[in-house]
Design a protein around this ligand. Structure first.
Ligand code: PEP
Length: 254
């Protein structure tokens, strides 16, 4: 974890109506009141961003969207722009989640455009990468990640790289109950940091936060957080219940 400030982000995916979102965020706010040593981020669906934004004003919780389009406005039916996200109260945005790559045709190149658009609008991109089970079994993990990292950050200025959060999410561990072992996750996080270092130098690589994602729960967060290159977690299923998400946020390394 080094000196980097931990970040725990909850991806609510396509769950929670406005009313349900209000209930969840209300409970979470109470459970984590006073936590000030972790950046806590929630990513509700677009339709619940406004109500959640209202409810977290002045709290220790920050708002993320789950996706964005790279244009600021225009005839792009069904899309949401970075300007709209900022005006709704978002300060983060998830980009290139594996479900978007898998079901909605996102590529390294569209992910790169989205990261750039987020940075222009001062949104912190949570840039997701990860290998599938087939790729891991074929021993392609590192080449896949190498391509995703370099494609995602292509032609982004060094000054901006430190603002990006990378989330390593092995696709085989998302929503499956399987987590990478602490050692497997650390090995990959170390590799990613080394790639950032090769591209942008050691100082920038040391600033960049790299989150782990894939079936993170209160009972496995500590083992992950003690790893030197793991700086937090991107949490799906366990962020949908206030008590389990709070349990992750309040992890304590003894
Ligand atoms: C995710 O969707 O980013 C995720 C990590 O999901 P889960 O925690 O449910 O595996």
């Amino acid at each position: 974890m080094a000196d980097r400030r931990p970040c725990i982000a909850g991806n609510w995916k396509m769950y929670k109506t406005g009313e349900e979102a209000l209930e969840l965020i209300g409970e979470l706010k109470d459970l984590i009141a006073g936590v000030d040593d972790v950046d806590v981020v929630v990513a509700p669906p677009f339709t619940a961003l406004s109500v959640v934004a209202d409810r977290i004003k002045g709290s220790n919780i920050q708002l993320a969207a789950q996706n964005l389009y790279w244009e600021s406005e225009g005839a792009y039916t069904g899309e949401i722009s970075p300007t709209m996200l900022v005006s709704t109260g978002c300060s983060y945005v998830i980009v290139g989640h594996s479900e978007r790559r898998q079901y909605f045709g996102e590529t390294d190149s569209t992910v790169n455009r989205k990261i750039k658009a987020a940075l222009v609008h001062n949104l912190v991109p949570i840039f997701c990468i990860g290998e599938s089970l087939e790729e891991r079994e074929a021993e392609k993990t590192f080449s896949v990640l190498d391509k995703q990292v370099s494609g995602g950050v292509e032609s982004i200025a060094a000054d901006d790289i430190g603002k990006i959060i990378i989330a390593y999410e092995p696709v085989w561990a998302i929503g499956t109950g399987k987590t990478a072992s602490n050692e497997q996750a650390q090995e990959v996080h170390h590799f990613i940091r080394k790639r950032v270092s090769d591209l942008y130098g050691k100082d920038i690589a040391n600033i960049v936060r790299i989150l782990y994602g894939g079936s993170v729960k209160p009972n496995n967060i500590v083992g992950l957080m003690v790893q030197p290159d793991i700086d937090g977690a991107l949490v799906g299923g366990a962020s949908l219940t206030a008590s389990s998400f709070a349990g992750i946020i309040k992890f304590k390394i003894s």
